[in-house]
Design a protein around this ligand. Structure first.
Ligand SMILES: [Cu+2]
Length: 263
């Protein structure tokens, strides 16, 4: 929260120290030559179409063993990226400086809003420091939305950060105006991908909007728990300065909230 201002309440936020060293996934050019962008939370968005396979070359530059474990895809047992004690495959325990290659497949039936995260021997502390990212699989020929956003609802907790206070976050940031400000224009095909990346239950509420789930339910506030992920899609029809937020009030007023600006 670099600005220390909550624009929703138009007030300064006092939470003591707010700086710690996060761990993130970061995309590199071939052979780990050079980073292709800044380190971000969530990490690089991985996108695929049904029928494709993902080959992920992963090098660990964190000071402790970490991994990549995907949700929603098809993968064989040894591509799980999970620590399993004496049953662990190499991809489930990647030591500092080591490289592994994961092969994950996206056959028919895997389309969805998914994510990947650390599942190594220190789970869940590395995840709580930021080791997670979005993963989207589309059906062949599905139109790409005009506006697409990936939002992780999560928290930074003292055992992971060493800070005195916990922080309720969207994409590593707290409080409206500091969290991602989304924007769209009337008529846009908008898709927002949500994921729950901590120990809490959250909801996604978007003011002035509603969306229809595949089963036909019309929703304007959706509950999701740890490890849940989903997409919200609608045609934009309502200009304004809107709030999106978690409707668990203690999370909302601890910063799990942001702007959605529609022209
Ligand atoms: Cu919440």
């Amino acid at each position: 929260m670099p600005t220390k201002v909550d624009q929703m309440m138009n007030q300064r936020v006092r939470k003591g120290r707010t700086r710690f060293t996060a761990w993130t996934y970061r995309q590199y050019s071939a052979g780990f030559g050079a980073p292709l962008g800044p380190a971000t939370i969530p990490g690089p968005l991985i996108e695929a179409t049904e029928g494709e396979a993902l080959v992920v070359h992963f090098r660990n530059r964190c000071p402790s063993p970490v991994t990549m474990h995907p949700h929603g895809l098809f993968y064989s047992n040894e591509m799980d990226g999970a620590y399993k004690g004496k049953y662990t495959d190499p991809g489930g325990f990647v030591q500092t400086g080591k490289t592994v290659t994961y092969l994950w497949e996206c056959p028919e039936g895997t389309a969805g809003s998914w994510f990947y995260h650390d599942h190594g021997p220190l789970d869940p502390l590395p995840l709580y420091r930021g080791l997670f990212g979005g993963l989207i699989v589309r059906k062949p020929g599905d139109p790409v939305p005009d506006r697409e956003f990936v939002l992780a609802f999560h928290s930074f907790i003292p055992p992971a950060t060493g800070l005195r206070r916990a922080f309720s976050c969207v994409n590593g940031r707290s409080f409206t105006g500091v969290t991602p400000t989304l924007s769209a224009r009337v008529g846009d095909d908008v898709q927002i991908h949500l994921m729950g990346m901590d120990d809490n239950f959250h909801t996604f509420h978007l003011h002035g909007h509603r969306w229809t789930e595949p089963g036909g339910n019309v929703v304007d506030n959706k509950t999701f728990g740890p490890g849940d992920s989903f997409g919200v899609r609608f045609t934009e029809d309502n200009p304004g300065r809107w709030l999106y937020h978690c409707h668990v009030f203690s999370h909302l007023h601890d910063g799990m909230s942001g702007w959605y600006l529609v022209e």
